[in-house]
Design a protein around this ligand. Structure first.
Ligand code: AMP
Ligand code: FE
Ligand code: FE
Ligand code: ZN
Length: 285
């Protein structure tokens, strides 16, 4: 092991293909600059970044595995699920991403209608502007940016807190996919299904239900939490015999204060995930 620069892999970050502010090419280069050796991009409901990120990573010598962060619902609660190591072109994943894109189109439309009814019109074009029209996943952060630009709010946080956060006047839930079907899709593509940032789950009952589902692991290391706050999740994973992943959840300018590499996993975890990733690539070839 290199003591000066040990192997670190950030397994959770977002690009302009969903609600991050850096392009896939920029994020791969930033990962190198901050001294990461491994990376997984986990855009919301999208694998679009990989077409650009993989060749760039190969060019500069950064190791990558596949990743995604699916939005799911468990009864009335929203749950984020990370998928890793599946082959990027697997039809189960691409078809599910397409379904999410359609779900988001109708939900975003419903949110725009509510904003208009509340005297804050935002057009489709204005919503898409922040992603330069190129994101496959458009969501509330894009709407929030348009609201700032139009002077309705001054920060993304304010947009969520006042208008588009869960339960607020312009929020629309729209359609959804269950946790169970999301896990099944990831497993169909021979990937690992991981509970994202369990630290953020407020209801104890939901935690109890999730840990009894067919997950392969949980995200035990997550930026902005003290090591003592990770303890509970590391113990839970050990008890279940689960994988423990970790990452920063870097979004760039949209969530300032969380740098890429703020949370990470070591070489053993990365190699374990990478082995399955390579096996899947090999089988696909
Ligand atoms: P959506 O996927 O359209 O439901 O939007 C959810 C995304 O918005 C999350 O993944 C975060 O990136 C972002 N987000 C959620 N809550 C907030 C908040 N209070 N402030 C800023 N960004 C948020
Ligand atoms: Fe996000
Ligand atoms: Fe998340
Ligand atoms: Zn995320």
């Amino acid at each position: 092991m290199n003591v000066e620069n040990p192997f670190r892999a950030d397994l959770h970050c977002h690009t302009t293909c969903s609600d991050g502010s850096l392009t896939p090419i920029e994020i791969v280069n930033l990962a190198m600059q901050v001294g990461l050796k491994g990376l997984a991009i986990t855009d919301h409901d999208s694998i679009q970044s990989y077409a650009q990120a993989l060749p760039e990573a190969e060019k500069i010598g950064l190791e990558m595995i596949s990743g995604i962060e699916f939005s799911a619902m468990h009864h009335a609660s929203s749950v984020h699920i990370l998928g890793y190591s599946f082959s990027v072109g697997h039809p189960a994943i691409t078809e599910f991403c397409l379904k999410h894109q359609q779900r988001r189109e109708s939900r975003n439309q419903a949110i725009l209608e509510r904003l208009a009814a509340n005297g804050m019109p935002v057009s489709q074009e204005e919503m898409l502007e922040w992603s330069l029209g190129s994101a496959s996943t458009v969501g509330r952060p894009h709407i929030a940016q348009a609201m700032i630009k139009k002077g309705y709010v001054s920060t993304v946080q304010e947009a969520f807190k006042m208008y588009i956060g869960e339960g607020k006047p312009c929020y629309a839930r729209g359609g959804s996919y269950s946790v169970e079907e999301t896990i099944a899709v990831i497993h169909q593509a021979k990937g690992f299904a991981i509970i994202a940032h369990p630290h953020l789950i407020k209801e104890q009952k939901l935690v109890e239900q999730l840990v009894n589902l067919n997950f392969d692991g949980l995200e035990g290391y997550y930026a902005l939490f003290y090591p003592s706050q990770n303890e509970r999740w590391l113990k839970m994973a050990a008890r279940k015999g689960w994988l423990v992943t970790g990452g920063s959840d870097f979004h760039g300018a949209i969530k300032p204060g969380i740098p890429l590499g703020a949370s990470w996993v070591g070489e053993d975890t990365f190699r374990f995930l990478q082995e399955r990733y390579k096996q899947n690539l090999h089988e696909e070839a």
